[in-house]
Design a protein around this ligand. Sequence first.
Ligand SMILES: [Fe+2]
Length: 258
Amino acid sequence: MNILFIGDIVGKLGRKVLKEHLEDIIHEYEVDFVIANGENVTHGKGLVKEHMLELISLGIDVITLGNHAFAKKELFDYINDYDEIIRPANFHQEFPGKGSNVFKFENKTIRVTNLLGSVFMNMNVANPFDTLKNIVDSDDSDIHIVDFHAETTGEKYALGYAFDGKITALIGTHTHVATVDNRILENGTAYQSDVGMVGPNEGILGVDKEAVIKKSWTGLPSVFQVMEKGEIIFSATLLKIDDYTNKVKQIERIQKIF
Ligand SMILES: [Fe+2]
């Protein structure tokens, strides 16, 4: 089977490109199951219910989140009504929603887990290694895909190698920049530090560049605006999984500019 993992969808342009092209991409790559990171969907931060329903209607089976998961407060009210949404598993247990869930595709069970990194994230989260170990220890699904939403490649590699052979794939999100290190680790786990993003291609990580340059240069406060015009990048990773072993045969980067 083929699983498509779509990188962080950013704002209006991210939604637009999926509306116009996701159906064709699913067809072109013979995709069976779609996972997408949706923490930047609504104006760059968070996910309102209307946009979540739109993504599901386009063929996305599971939406993962990250540090901006609850930026739009309405997620607190609706997350428990939709099994398709996964928030970081290492958030405090007081947060509503699930951090890992199992889905069915034909005769396969697919677990999807979302985790937040602990390095440079400034968030109050539990240790991602311990959290994933607890999930893996009690897991009997056929396939287990982990979205590790984290800042540093070092932490991403450490988690990937620590669970090599114990999970099907670890795909990084959050940096919005696709890395060219897609590979299958020695014990069979497919790995990529970051899948990249779906959204504005002409700013800085999807945001209007002047404000980012000003803040980076001077330290003065500035308001970041998600870009709503211009070229759009679509970044995803395709996992081709062997039907007998449930292991990834091939991990392929997909990048398109619209
Ligand atoms: Fe993020």
